[in-house]
Ligand binder design. Structure first.
Ligand SMILES: [Zn+2]
Length: 231
C-alpha cells in the first residue's frame, strides 16, 4: 500500500545566483536521518544527511556537490524553518563570567552577507590571473584551518581556471601537481590575493549583541558555519 500525501511547496531565492527554486519541508523519514546523523557525531554523516535532505526537498535543484556552502546552509535553514519551526532556541555564554543566557533566533531572518570588494577573478600580475569558484561543504571540513596543506588543497579544489594574455587553462584539464606547482611559484603577496577570495566570499553569519544579566558585560556573539546551527 502506498498513500501519497500532499506536501506543501514553498519558494526561495538562491543567494549565489538569485535563481528562484521550489522546496518542500522535510518529512519524518528525513528528520530521523538528521537526528541519526547528529548523534553519530561525524562530519561525513552530517554532510551525507544534509545532502540527502537538501536534494529531496529541493527536487534535486541543490546538492552538496553542486552548490557553494553559503547556498547550501541557507537552503537547509529555509527547509528547516518550514519543517520544524522558524525559531531556534539556544543559549549564549558570557565571555567574562560564563553565565548562560537563553536566546531565540528566527532563522528566516538570516541572510547571506556579501562583501562589495569580493572578486572571483583575481589578477596575480599584469597578465596572469586566476578565476575561482566557491568551496563545497565537503571541502570545508577536515584539517584545521591554519594547516598549509589544507589551505593548498582548498585553493586547488576551488580553482576554476588560470589565464594569461593569450591562453586559458581550465582547472579540470590540469593535474593536481600542476596546480600545486603553480601555487608553489607564487610570491607570498600573490598567494595572499587568492586567500582574500576566501576571506571576503559571501557568508551566512549572524551577530547578536547583548548585555550579560549577571555581570552587565556587553557581549557580541556570532553564529557561524553549519554546525553551530545544529546545536
Ligand atoms: Zn557575564
Amino acid at each position: 500500500m502506498k498513500i501519497e500525501m500532499a506536501v506543501p511547496k514553498f519558494e526561495l531565492t538562491l543567494p549565489s545566483t538569485g535563481e528562484k527554486i521550489k522546496f518542500r519541508p522535510f518529512v519524518m523519514r528525513e528528520e530521523k536521518l538528521l537526528l541519526f546523523a547528529s548523534e553519530a557525531n561525524g562530519d561525513a554523516e552530517v554532510i551525507g544527511a544534509v545532502d540527502e535532505i537538501v536534494r529531496n526537498c529541493t527536487f534535486n535543484a541543490v546538492s552538496v556537490d553542486t552548490h557553494p556552502v553559503f547556498d547550501l546552509i541557507y537552503v537547509f535553514l529555509q527547509i528547516r524553518a518550514k519543517s520544524v519551526g522558524e525559531l531556534v532556541e539556544f543559549f549564549l555564554v558570557c565571555g567574562d563570567c560564563g553565565h548562560k543566557t537563553d536566546a531565540t533566533l528566527d532563522i528566516t531572518k538570516l541572510e547571506v552577507k556579501k562583501n562589495p570588494d569580493h572578486k572571483t577573478t583575481i589578477m596575480l600580475s599584469d597578465t596572469v590571473g586566476i578565476k575561482m569558484r566557491y568551496p563545497r561543504l565537503s571541502e570545508t571540513v577536515g584539517a584545521s584551518r591554519g594547516d598549509i596543506d589544507f589551505i593548498y588543497a582548498t585553493v586547488i579544489n576551488c580553482m576554476d581556471s588560470i589565464f594569461t594574455e593569450d591562453e586559458v587553462y581550465h582547472a579540470k584539464d590540469l593535474q593536481w601537481n600542476e596546480k600545486a606547482e603553480f601555487l608553489d611559484g607564487l610570491t607570498a603577496e600573490q598567494f595572499e590575493k587568492i586567500q582574500e577570495f576566501f576571506d571576503t566570499m559571501p557568508k551566512l553569519t549572524h551577530t547578536m549583541e547583548y548585555v550579560c544579566p549577571k555581570c552587565q558585560k556587553q557581549n557580541v556573539a556570532s553564529l557561524d558555519g553549519l554546525l553551530s546551527f545544529f546545536d
